[in-house]
Write a new protein. Structure first.
Length: 127
């Protein structure tokens, strides 16, 4: 059963949603049509065209070592799928966001090997 107070609310993705137009106050143009910005995700490159760098990092992590995979070009869902595959093969946890995959622990050599077998161009980076 739908609440009566929420039954008249328009679709939040419509062009009349005031939250999406917070920076527009008023327009004198009677034909003005506010265009909302849409996030455009880049197309995912095939593995043979991906140039990934595998880093070892300890900064701002309470002294714990993590392996970072940087340089992925593609949509967020493909990044998360690759991260899931790496986490499963290494048997550890981690995360994927903003074009980076974070794997808990020092798995640099193993991740480079896994990525190369999967067809990616991967290199160790950093000291």
């Amino acid at each position: 059963m739908q609440c009566r107070a929420h039954s008249n609310i328009s679709n939040p993705m419509s062009n009349n949603d005031w939250k999406a137009r917070l920076n527009i106050v008023y327009s004198t143009n009677p034909d003005f049509d506010y265009q909302t910005e849409t996030d455009v995700q880049p197309d995912t490159l095939p593995p043979s065209q991906q140039e990934l760098r595998v880093w070892l990092d300890r900064k701002q992590r309470a002294g714990k070592t993590v392996t970072l995979v940087k340089g992925f070009v593609g949509c967020e869902s493909d990044l998360k799928e690759l991260a899931s595959m790496l986490k499963n093969k290494c048997g550890v946890g981690g995360s994927a966001k903003e074009g980076e995959i974070l794997i808990q622990g020092d798995f640099r050599d193993r991740i480079v090997e896994i990525l190369c077998k999967a067809g990616y161009k991967a290199k160790k980076a950093g000291a």
